[in-house]
Design a protein around this ligand. Structure first.
Ligand code: NAI
Ligand code: 13P
Length: 313
């Protein structure tokens, strides 16, 4: 299976390093002047089997394309290049919901590339961990079981262990929604509200994730897997997570570098719009959207969540 990775940020670069254990990989980025060490992944030198290019046509020679662009960049990218990507195996790795269309990456890909086979690679994995060769387990989701199995084998390495599922919707939504809850967890810790409050946010956030995802067609058991609960656990508890750190800065009223990729902020707004459309109750996501837009203070947000009507768990 010939593989190219589109998007040379931290995650695309880390995947290139990991997959080079299996053979040659092409990494495409729109600006690759950094040579063999990507500043988004400091301390990691690309191994020899990784070819880096800014020539999209050259990268598109591969039959399997891993897309590692931020979720909100995917739709504009497909507007420009969708037809050129069609007919391949397309494996999305972005974790988010498109703010304009209110759909996940798989739907965007299916519409832009109707003859392609769509999959997602998701789960608990920091780029830096993968690039250092630390053991990591991920979910490979593809509605077509045969392609899913082939991708699972082609993208696993001795330290990157892929489980597979045909529940693409559930795997994709778990990865997108956990970022929203990770921001909330960061706010709690940044504001000094304590570990007990964080456990409450994780648990009630998981209930929100499951409610929305199953309403949109996900299988409940997918949400308890690596792509849902697994990634939620990682990002809500580790300061390596940008979403957690962004929430922490909000909670602590600290400065934040706005050039950092924080998928959960836009996804919270998309979730709030989706929940309103579907009549679903998503109070934590709504609060994260309001906090990220500066529409509510942290004190007010905590108060509003704690004084909601008492209910059954
Ligand atoms: N960094 C991590 O630990 C992980 C990231 N992911 C997901 O991977 C996706 C990408 O994240 P990162 O690589 O970490 O972000 P990043 O901020 O490190 O890199 C994003 C890259 O996308 C490029 N880019 C943005 N718009 C583009 C466009 N229109 N055309 C071409 N390139 C464009 C940027 O130049 C940059 O190189 C996100 O959805 C993230 O949730 C998933 C798992 C782990
Ligand atoms: O998705 C991730 C880990 O699985 C990366 O999380 P952040 O985008 O919050 O850094």
């Amino acid at each position: 299976m010939t593989i190219s990775i589109l998007g040379a940020g931290a995650f695309g670069t880390a995947l290139a390093v990991a997959l080079s254990a299996n053979g040659p990989v092409t990494l495409w980025g729109r600006s690759i002047g950094w040579g063999r060490e990507n500043p988004r992944l400091p301390g990691v030198t690309l191994p020899a089997p990784v070819a880096v290019t800014d020539d999209l046509g050259a990268a598109l020679a591969a039959g399997t394309l891993l897309l590692a662009l931020p979720a909100q960049a995917l739709r504009p990218f497909l507007d420009d290049h969708g037809p050129a990507l069609d007919g391949r195996r397309l494996v999305n790795t972005a974790k988010g919901i498109d703010l304009d269309r209110l759909t996940g990456p798989a739907q965007l890909l299916a519409e832009a590339c109707p003859a392609a086979t769509i999959a997602t690679l998701t789960g608990p994995s920091f780029a830096a961990d993968i690039a250092r060769g630390l053991p990591t387990a991920l979910t490979l989701a593809c509605a077509d079981a045969e392609t899913g199995r082939a991708l699972q084998h082609a993208l696993s390495t001795p330290v990157l262990r892929l489980y597979r599922t045909t529940d693409l919707t559930g795997a994709e939504l778990g990865g997108a929604l956990k970022n929203v809850i990770a921001i909330a967890a960061g706010v709690v810790i940044g504001a000094g509200l304590g570990d007990s409050a964080r456990a409450a946010i994780i648990t009630r956030g998981f209930a929100e994730m499951t409610r929305l995802a199953t309403r949109l067609g996900a299988r409940p058991e997918t949400l308890t897997g690596l792509s849902g609960l697994g990634d939620l656990t990682l990002t809500c508890t580790s300061p390596q997570s940008r979403n957690f750190r962004f929430g922490h800065a909000l909670g602590a009223a600290a400065d934040w570098d706005a050039t950092t990729t924080v998928e959960g902020a836009a996804t919270a707004r998309a979730v709030a719009a989706l929940a309103a459309r579907l009549g679903e109750d998503m109070p934590i996501a709504a609060m994260v959207a309001a906090l990220a837009e500066g529409r509510v203070s942290v004190d007010k947000a905590a108060d509003m969540l704690m004084t909601r009507p008492l209910k059954e768990e």
